[in-house]
Design a protein around this ligand. Sequence first.
Ligand SMILES: [Zn+2]
Length: 145
Amino acid sequence: MAYISVPEIQRTLPQRYRLVGLKCKKCGYLHFPARKVCKNCGAVEEFEEVKLSGRGKVYSYTVIEQGATVYEHTEEAAVGGAFSVALVELEEGVRVMGQITECDPYSVRVGMEVEAVLRRMYEQDIVRYSFKFRPIRFQGRAERP
Ligand SMILES: [Zn+2]
C-alpha cells in the first residue's frame, strides 16, 4: 500500500489543490506536475508558476472495476463500484491523470470535454483531496437529484 505522508501531501499541495504548472523561463516548456529540471532544455529551477485552466479533453482512459483499485481510490470503489480514470490533455497542452466523476464510468470517451473539480479522496491522518474531472456538458443542466 502506498502511504503518502502529511509533509509529502503538503509539499504537493499547489499541484493537488490549485492545478499549477511550472513554465520554464528559458524555453517556455510547461511542466505538470512540477519538477526541478526542465524536461525540454535542462535548465535547473528556472520556472514560473502558471495556473492551469483545468479544462481539457480526455486523451485516453480506462475503467477500473472493483477490486483492481489503487489505495487512494479504495473508499469510493467500495461505495461506488467501477470508476473511470483518464489522461486529460489540458488546454495548455499538459496531460494530467485524474478520475472522471459525475458520470457513468462507461460513458467516458476519448475527446470528451472535461473540467477539473476538487474532491475529497480518502482519509489518512488528514482528509486528502485531489482533482477529479467531470464532463463539461453536465453544466447548465437541470438540478441533479
Ligand atoms: Zn526549458
